[in-house]
Design a binder for this molecule. Structure first.
Ligand code: IMP
Length: 431
């Protein structure tokens, strides 16, 4: 039996949603373990597009979907998403979506603080998604957070909101020059959310444990990407949670020996939304062409994504940090039509070659990528279904990637649809 984690290797938006949706067919349960509705997973099934922010992508395969303790959840957004999926004929009942009683709640003051802080920082802002993610994790760490277990206890919840708001309103109005919030309207709204979500709230660690114990397979669905990890990413231009595979354990409540493989999702080029250094970023027509052809706009915020060449320094870092056992390369079709392609194999800093991703952002920002140039392919490859029918130059590109990061490619995605995929190795079928 296999239990597989699927992790983004770059700065998010690698196309995890599609790969999770595809692999979820072979799993019995799909678990999200970190982040919140800062994520945006786009899936296309039978020509219809679905975007999910909180509900694991496995919902389209009618699997049990788990929202783990490691998430921060905006209950209003979750309910909207469940209603949206339900209107598309997808079962979102309590057997299908289970929420950890330990997951933290995003509250209106978290969103207000996120917005007001970013506005105050001006051009020093992080470029957050504005969903209140950072302020919610901050309250979790300082033990002032509210969890689903609190939401279901009306008296305690109301009392805590009143007390917390006292402090938050002081901070919002006096420091951030933002509006204060009314505790009673928050309490009233959250009472409605509690009624609606109560049947879904449970100890999900037990649900996952029992699923694994009964010989069924579990898929752990990462959000964001390795280089947005709060510890291992380009801090402070990162998200507020651990994104790496190790957090699948603490963010879901399972032991490390249960995870049998880790698939890293690699977009065939690199993108980034928000701010922070990006060594292989392109500022020319090629970058614009990739941005346009790849429709590189954020699924959550609609922001234009910055685009650049594939960076194997970044990817080798992701291989090590996540213990990747295989890769899924996405959006290879987008690179079709370019005469030449570049792959970054190392960085140059102060005339010295760096083979490893630096920690200092100052160093990273001053790094010059060292490139290898490969020939492109003119053909549209989106209709190819067999690896051997891919143009030679696209195979050369993939082989060089495999060599440089010393990890085998298991899946190649050549279009947004579920069927626009070449599966060389399915970890759920062969371990
Ligand atoms: P936050 O997660 O909203 O606090 O944003 C922090 C940083 O992470 C910003 O640069 C965001 O653009 C980035 N970010 C958060 N979630 C995603 C994602 O799902 N894809 C890509 N970037 C993300």
């Amino acid at each position: 039996m296999a239990n597989i984690a699927v992790i983004g290797t770059q700065w998010g938006d690698e196309g995890k949603g599609k790969v999770v949706d595809l692999l979820a067919e072979h799993a019995d349960m799909v678990v999200r373990f970190q982040g919140g509705n800062n994520a945006g997973h786009t899936m296309v099934v039978d020509g219809k597009q679905f975007i999910s922010h909180l509900v694991p992508s496995g919902i389209l395969q009618n699997k049990t979907c788990i929202i783990g303790n490691g998430l921060v959840v905006d209950p209003e957004v979750l309910i909207e998403e469940m209603d949206y999926l339900n209107s598309k004929g997808i079962d979102v009942g309590p057997d299908k979506i289970k929420i950890s009683e330990r997951a933290h709640l995003i509250m209106p003051y978290h969103k207000a603080i996120d917005h007001a802080r970013e506005a105050k920082k001006g051009d020093k802002k992080i470029g957050t998604t504005g969903r209140g993610i950072g302020p919610t994790y901050e309250d979790k760490a300082t033990r002032r957070g509210l969890r689903f277990v609190d939401l279901l206890d009306e008296e305690t919840f109301s009392e805590r909101v009143r007390t917390i708001l006292d402090e938050k309103n002081f901070y919002l109005t006096n420091y951030l020059a933002a509006e204060s919030l009314n505790p009673e309207s928050i309490i009233d709204n959250y009472r409605l959310y509690a009624e609606r979500l109560a049947p879904h709230v449970t100890n999900v660690s037990i649900s996952i444990y029992e699923t694994i114990k009964s010989g069924k397979q579990v898929l752990f669905e990462g959000a964001q990407g390795t280089h947005l990890d709060i510890d291992h990413g380009t801090y402070p231009y990162v998200t507020s949670s651990n994104v790496v595979a190790g957090n699948a354990c603490s963010g879901a409540g399972v032991g490390p020996k249960e995870i049998t493989g880790v698939i890293g999702i690699v977009k065939a080029y690199t993108t980034r939304v928000g701010r922070g250094p990006f060594p292989t970023e392109l500022f020319d027509d090629v970058g614009d062409a990739i941005q346009e052809k790849g429709a590189e706009f954020g699924a959550t915020t609609g922001r234009r994504r910055r685009c650049g060449w594939l960076d194997t320094v970044l990817l080798r870092n992701a291989v090590r940090l996540n213990g990747l056992t295989g890769l899924a390369v996405t959006k290879l079709d987008v690179l079709g039509g370019l005469d030449t392609l570049k792959i970054c194999t190392g960085y140059e800093h102060n005339e010295q070659r760096l083979n490893d991703f630096p920690t200092s952002l100052k160093v990273l920002a001053a790094c010059k990528p060292v490139y290898e140039t490969l020939s492109g392919w003119p053909e549209d490859i989106s209709s190819v279904r067999e690896y051997n029918n891919l143009p030679d130059n696209s195979m050369n590109y993939l082989k060089r990637l495999e060599e440089l990061v010393e990890t085998p490619i298991h899946i190649i995605s050549i279009g947004p649809g579920r069927d626009e995929t070449i599966v060389l190795h399915n970890p759920f079928l062969t371990g």
